[in-house]
Write a protein that binds this ligand. Structure first.
Ligand code: ASN
Ligand code: ZN
Length: 326
């Protein structure tokens, strides 16, 4: 590998520095092997372009062998590499890596400095695939109304956190454990985004998931995928219901517990909240944990972090307000 500094143009037009590789004269690839913790383990951040291949053909498998790495003839990644979402995916994966390392002391998705793979530009049989997912070993991104899903740091953080959860709590993707899995992904994705963009926790928009995918035709609150500030679900009681779709409603019930976690982040020092939620997920959850288990896990994590009585009370309050009682 021959690491080089490259330039990228994001979908929003901004120019950014990217860590890339130059495997041969006149060939640059989106392979980042620059991070110190990676260097020891040999891990890399690698970004691939599916070139509109069907997302279904890319599910599973440890490496995206079936699609090419993102390449450019120069050290500038723009044009098609911007439109595919590759630049945003590569940069945002690095931001998520740095958040986990600097805030939480975690070395990547597997915690061991292993490689991080993203595949952008998948389609749904030639049409836009308006979603993103973690497939057990990599992130996969399509386009929503022409906008690559990878532009959202909250989306990228959400998908990578599914990987972190798979390598730790192992929450089953069904019913309450699945909704809790979703909530933890929403929480960290949004935490990363508000930190990166300098959004105040008091700003009601802080809780929106996927709002950077919106093209302005609808109000942000309507267009966003979810709202951790719960305004959208204000009328609903906090009783989880089992749906016939969506693995029992994992994306519907998630905001019950996700709202509690986000309330906690608004009511105490946000970085302390991040450490509590992370420690709860790492140390006190098991694959079948539900919402009450998360309340107990957060309480145990907070205690072990020696928080104050007021902070401990804030944990109880955040869950209690969302109908999650002892
Ligand atoms: N974007 C969705 C998620 O990560 C994909 C899915 O339904 N698993 O939650
Ligand atoms: Zn998810």
């Amino acid at each position: 590998a021959s690491p080089v500094a490259a330039t990228g143009v994001q979908v929003d037009g901004s120019e950014v520095r990217l860590n890339a590789d130059r495997p041969a004269e006149g060939t640059y690839t989106l392979v980042d092997s620059s991070r110190p913790m990676y260097a020891a383990a040999g891990g890399q951040i690698r970004t691939y372009d599916a070139q509109r291949a069907n997302y279904k053909d890319l599910v599973g498998g440890p490496v995206a062998d079936s699609v090419p790495l993102v390449t450019s003839p120069t050290d500038r990644f723009d044009g098609a590499n911007t439109d595919s979402g590759a630049v945003d995916a590569h940069l945002n994966a690095a931001k998520v890596y740095e958040f986990y390392k600097n805030e939480l002391g975690r070395d990547g998705i597997d915690g061991k400095g292993g490689s991080i793979h993203s595949v952008v530009n998948v389609s749904n049989g030639g049409n836009d695939y308006a979603n993103a997912f973690w497939d057990g070993s990599k992130m996969v991104y399509g386009h929503m109304d022409g906008v690559p899903l990878s532009v959202g740091l909250d989306v990228v953080g959400h998908e990578m956190t599914h990987g972190v959860t798979e390598h730790s709590a192992g929450l089953v993707y069904l019913n309450q454990p699945g909704a809790l899995n979703e909530a933890i992904s929403d929480y960290f994705g949004n935490a990363m985004e508000v930190e990166d963009k300098g959004v105040s926790m008091d700003d009601p928009k802080s809780g929106l998931v996927g709002e950077y995918l919106c093209n302005g035709t609808k109000p942000l609150e309507e267009c966003a995928l979810r709202d951790l500030n719960d305004r959208r679900n204000a009328q609903r009681d906090y009783e989880p219901i089992t749906l016939d779709i969506d693995n029992g409603g994992v994306h519907y019930n998630s905001t019950i517990v996700g709202g509690a976690l986000w309330d906690l982040r608004k009511s105490i020092d946000p970085q302390l909240a991040d450490r509590i939620v992370y420690r709860a997920a790492q140390n006190y959850l098991t694959p079948l944990s539900g919402f009450t288990d998360m309340r107990n896990a957060a309480t145990l994590a907070a205690r072990s972090l020696k928080v104050s009585e007021a902070e401990l009370a804030a944990v109880g309050k955040a869950f209690g307000v969302h109908g999650i009682v002892k």
